[in-house]
Design a protein. Structure first.
Length: 132
């Protein structure tokens, strides 16, 4: 049986992995938390993730083919399923580029057919790899 927590007040949410992910809660702005699969209001205890090890405030969430992208104002992280498929893990994409607001995140198809994020991250990618 799942031991749920009370639904906290949150600023961000996004669907990914068949779950509702919430982030930037009033008490813990650096936290994201998944719901139970298919149960958008049931959030299991001890499933919270703090993607930014410095505790940076989550400023955006975006579902991508690769997983759930989590942004702070200065960093970008990717949430994927753990190797055993039972939990989730966070990986840093970049510790120097983030997004300041959720409404600045967009997905765009590139010429090569891959999805890229349209945000301040796009400028970083252009500087690193040329115009996508």
């Amino acid at each position: 049986p799942v031991e749920p927590v009370s639904v906290p007040e949150f600023k961000l949410c996004r669907m990914a992995f068949g779950r509702l992910w919430i982030g930037n809660t009033v008490d813990e702005p650096g936290l994201i938390r998944p719901s139970e699969p298919g149960k958008w209001g049931t959030f299991p205890k001890d499933k919270e993730i703090f993607p930014d090890p410095t505790g940076g405030q989550v400023t955006g969430l975006w579902a991508a083919n690769e997983g759930l992208l989590v942004f702070t104002s200065r960093s970008t992280f990717l949430i994927t399923q753990s190797d055993d498929g039972q939990d989730f893990k966070s990986a840093t994409i970049t510790a120097s580029v983030g997004c300041v607001a959720p409404n600045t995140i967009k997905t765009q198809k590139s010429v090569s057919g891959y999805s890229i994020m349209r945000c301040s991250l796009i400028n970083h990618l252009r500087q690193q790899h040329g115009n996508p």
